[in-house]
Ligand binder design. Structure first.
Ligand code: SF4
Length: 408
């Protein structure tokens, strides 16, 4: 049956390469982007995904923090930033950060994800102070902080080299970098949408230095705006080259662009089909990157569930608060509870594995299939025992915002 699917898609040669574990070429990448048979591409990506991770799906109990929304870069695709004199601009002090963290003191969080705008007023010491504040509240947490673009600003304000800056941050408590700010590695898109911030060469150089000083990172790609297939293939090829050199990338995260409240909101934005294709093509092209993440906040929980069969092995986590693509006043609380994450993964027929930012395993919870999958013998867990629970309403409805974070 799958042979017929692959034959119908005209992808037999790529199938052979995938089965042989052979690296795909840039031309293969272009064909995967342009081929109309998405299920065939998903099938191929799933072969790689299962070879690398079996049934496992990684998730994390994490909290996202955005320490400032003030930014002087004015990227046209961004809805998050406030210009330096904008009354809606904010900066969280170390005490504010502590307070935000203490809000969720009863949740066993293992990862903090912290990014912000490029705020020209913040001194070098501030970036270390908020890192220390996080580690004071939760000494055992793994901290993923600062995009390559913020790091460039921190380095500049501190008048230090990038290696010195990264070592200072590491000493303060940063464990890994989230990898944002890459957008799409294209000079054309850079000029059109984000010319005030540094380009792909600078992003790659910063990542290279980070990996060299012992700070692993993720890498992202923002798609669904004005980018072209050729540019996305180039982006993936450059990341693959970097990974061959440093082996410092933990995960690749295709980011589904949200047009709302941006300067280019007249553009239609990505569809679910595009989201699944980005996941699948990334899994097939990035043979040396361990994890492909489907970030449910951007992709929705519903698409994320399907993506677990299209190449994704990670779905991020609880998040708790998110302001980057959401209205920070009306829509800041964005959370999935632990139970909801387990249900999402189990309902997809996969095995949940709780991790921290560095993919250390925190827990491997029992899988409980939802009640509606009940057989005549009764609902069963993946290992054959009787199921106790049903899936959550949020997942059932494919909701993008789930219950309150306290409902662990
Ligand atoms: S994407 Fe980042 S750098 Fe660009 S405007 Fe938004 S916050 Fe600033």
């Amino acid at each position: 049956m799958f042979e017929a699917l692959i034959a119908a898609a005209g992808l037999e040669d790529i199938h052979k390469k995938v089965e042989a574990g052979e690296r795909l070429s840039a031309d293969d990448g272009r064909r995967l982007y342009r081929n109309g048979n998405l299920p065939a591409i998903g099938y191929l990506a799933n072969l790689v995904r299962e070879r690398m991770h079996g049934d496992r799906v990684y998730f994390v109990r994490n909290q996202h923090l955005n320490y400032t929304n003030i930014c002087n870069k004015s990227c046209l695709f961004c809805s998050f930033y406030a210009l330096p004199k904008d009354p809606e601009g904010y900066v969280l002090s170390p005490d504010d950060i502590r307070a935000r963290m203490e809000t969720y003191a009863d949740i066993p969080i293992s990862e903090i994800h912290m990014v912000g705008g490029v705020n020209p007023k913040l001194p070098y010491a501030y970036y270390m102070d908020i890192v220390r504040a996080i580690k004071e509240v939760r000494p055992g947490v793994s901290l993923k902080a600062y995009t390559m673009i913020e790091l460039e600003q921190i380095r500049r304000i501190g008048k230090k080299s990038m290696a010195e800056t990264l070592l200072d941050l590491k000493e303060a408590g940063v464990d890994a970098l989230p990898g944002g700010g890459a957008e799409v590695f294209s000079e054309r898109v850079h000029e059109e949408l984000f010319q005030a911030k540094s380009d792909s060469d600078k992003w790659l150089e910063t990542a290279r230095v980070a990996h060299e000083v012992g700070l692993p990172s993720n890498a992202t790609m923002l798609y669904g705006h004005v980018e072209q297939t050729e540019e996305k293939v180039y982006h993936l090829m450059k990341l693959r080259e970097l990974q061959d050199e440093t082996n410092g990338l933990l995960a690749f995260i295709p980011l589904s662009w949200h047009p709302e409240r941006t300067a280019i909101e007249h553009l239609p934005g990505p569809t679910g089909q595009m989201d699944l294709r980005e996941i699948a093509v990334a899994r097939l092209m990035l043979d040396n990157v361990p994890h492909i993440k489907s970030f449910w906040i951007m992709n929705t929980p519903a698409v994320t569930q399907v993506s677990l069969w299209y190449g994704a092995d990670d779905m991020d986590g609880s998040v708790l608060e998110y302001e980057i693509t959401r209205n920070p006043v009306t829509d800041r609380i964005q959370a999935l509870t632990h139970t909801q994450m387990l249900d999402m993964i189990s309902e997809s027929g996969r095995q949940p594995v709780e991790r921290d930012a560095l993919y250390h395993i925190v827990d491997q919870p029992e899988t409980i299939r939802p009640a509606y999958m009940e057989t005549s013998a009764g609902a069963t867990t993946a290992n054959g025992t009787k199921a106790a629970g049903a899936r959550t309403d949020a997942v059932a409805a494919g909701a993008t915002t789930a219950a309150t974070p306290s409902q662990e």
